[in-house]
Ligand binder design. Structure first.
Ligand code: HEC
Ligand code: HEC
Length: 412
């Protein structure tokens, strides 16, 4: 059985009710995703997810629009080829949605990187261990320091996490999995649980052959990383326009793109196409919530990089509010107003920050601000949104129905 699951009115009411207690917050339109009944025995798929195409048994990213960017005015860099095994992608998908990986069996990656919230969670700062629920409804647990980035195009991120403390997905995954504030697991917990699960045993053998006959934490991380590499977004209206479909953007959106790359706004200096990030670290002076976050300085020890964060990609940005490492800007309009006022310079950032010279008072008009927002909306493409498995091999409840969390104390 297969059906479309679209979050409806009831969910929105729950979210609004939950947030009204704390503060008013604008939740962007929820993303659509498909919920599917897994096949018998969780037999792994040999079909590539959408956005990828099968080439000699592997899935390659289908840049229908991106490679020709270079021919059309030299917009970008060439993107390297990525080849992924469809069975490993599918195995990684089940692991991503399965709370079995967390110490207390309550938390899956999807709780904080949820399809309804475009692979983020709609929270200012994510809520880890001890929390109930998922996405913006999640509450009562340990409040983490930062907001959850969406996982779109992580395959092309040179630096992972806001201050770039990891550079490979394989190193990154150990962060949430083993951090006591997040999933609170360990390689031993993961290995003993999965090796006792007959479905996972079959799935690992199907995905990895002989190598998969003993499930190790590093294979789990390999599968999760392979799945994450399949989360690509390169078929937005902007991509169509930039490869020759001149009807794909309207006048307002084109005005926005021109302001975005103008010498006044200078957004494209740091957020250039095709990834809309230059993959470096910059200090723009976003205010921290409570504690100070020294960002990149904590990694390199250079005070020049105090409060510097990785320039995030802007693909699917209209879907992943709230914004910035501290999640303190609720809408794209707030973001652009922040830049327009000179970033941290105009917003009371601590005086020991060396704010990047591109970030200065801009004097953009209302019309220019709204045109940038219209342009940013053309970067939306969620065709590779993963299918949400209605159930997972552990039998534990997935991050779907709100009610299942109300009754969670009965789940052992
Ligand atoms: C409790 C919520 C939570 C859970 C559960 C969680 N994450 Fe995250 N994730 C975050 C937050 C918050 C960050 C940013 C942390 C930082 O930058 O310091 C993050 C960052 C990431 C990043 C880096 C993205 C980037 O662009 O830099 C990846 C990849 C990621 N998580 C994957 C996963 C995977 C895989 C799992 C499951 C094993 C997982 N996450 C579980 C909240 C969560
Ligand atoms: C000097 C480089 C630089 C310039 C110029 C710049 N940005 Fe950014 N941008 C960043 C950095 C760094 C962050 C992350 C900062 C943080 O989290 O503290 C960011 C974050 C963002 C975010 C939030 C992303 C997310 O996932 O939360 C948006 C939206 C954004 N920028 C849009 C723009 C727009 C629009 C402009 C032009 C008006 C612009 N940026 C100019 C470096 C820059």
């Amino acid at each position: 059985m297969k059906y479309w699951f679209v979050f409806g009115f009831i969910t929105s009411v729950l979210i609004l009710y939950d947030c009204s207690k704390a503060e008013t917050r604008i939740i962007p339109e929820l993303s659509k995703f498909e919920v599917v009944e897994p096949p018998l025995d969780f037999h792994l798929s040999t079909v590539c997810p959408s956005g990828l195409k099968l080439e000699k048994g592997f899935c390659a990213i289908d840049y229908r629009y991106v490679p020709s960017l270079e021919k059309n005015g030299g917009l970008g860099q060439t993107l390297p080829l990525v080849k992924l095994d469809p069975k490993v992608i599918d195995l990684g998908r089940y692991l991503f949605f399965d709370p079995i990986l967390s110490g207390d069996k309550q938390l899956s990656c999807a709780h904080c990187h949820h399809p309804a919230y475009s692979l983020s969670d709609g929270q200012k700062q994510s809520i880890g261990r001890g929390g109930i629920g998922y996405g913006p409804m999640r509450k009562n647990g340990v409040i983490l320091k930062r907001s959850a980035p969406s996982l779109w195009n992580v395959v092309y991120m040179k630096n992972l996490f806001w201050e770039g403390r990891a550079s490979h997905l394989e190193d990154q995954a150990e962060g949430p999995l083993y951090s006591p504030d997040e999933m609170g697991s360990s390689p031993e917990i993961i290995e003993s649980r999965l090796n006792e699960n007959s479905d996972y045993k079959k799935m690992f053998r199907q995905a990895y052959g002989e190598k998969g006959s003993k499930i190790s934490a590093s294979l789990v991380i390999d599968a999760l990383s392979t799945f994450e590499r399949s989360l690509v977004s390169f078929s937005s209206r902007f991509d169509k326009w930039s490869t020759g479909d001149k009807e794909a953007l309207n006048t307002e959106e084109l005005l926005g793109y021109n302001v975005f790359r103008s010498f006044v706004a200078r957004c494209a200096e740091c957020h250039p196409p095709p990834m809309f990030t230059n993959n470096v670290f910059a200090t723009i002076g976003v205010l921290d919530s409570k504690e100070r976050d020294f960002g990149r300085e904590t990694i390199t020890g250079q005070d020049l990089l105090r409060g510097a964060f990785r320039v995030p990609s802007l693909r699917n940005i209209a879907k992943t509010a709230p914004y910035m490492h501290a999640g303190n800007l609720n809408t794209l309009e707030e973001v652009i107003r922040f830049y327009n006022e000179g970033g941290g310079r105009g917003n009371g950032a601590p005086s020991d920050l060396r704010i990047h010279w591109h970030v200065r008072k801009m004097g953009l008009s209302k019309k220019e601000i709204s045109s940038i927002i219209s342009f940013l909306n053309t970067l939306t493409d969620e065709t590779s949104m993963p299918k949400f498995p209605k159930s997972v091999p552990s039998g534990l409840p997935v991050a779907l129905e709100f009610e299942s969390f109300q009754n969670r104390s009965s789940i052992k």
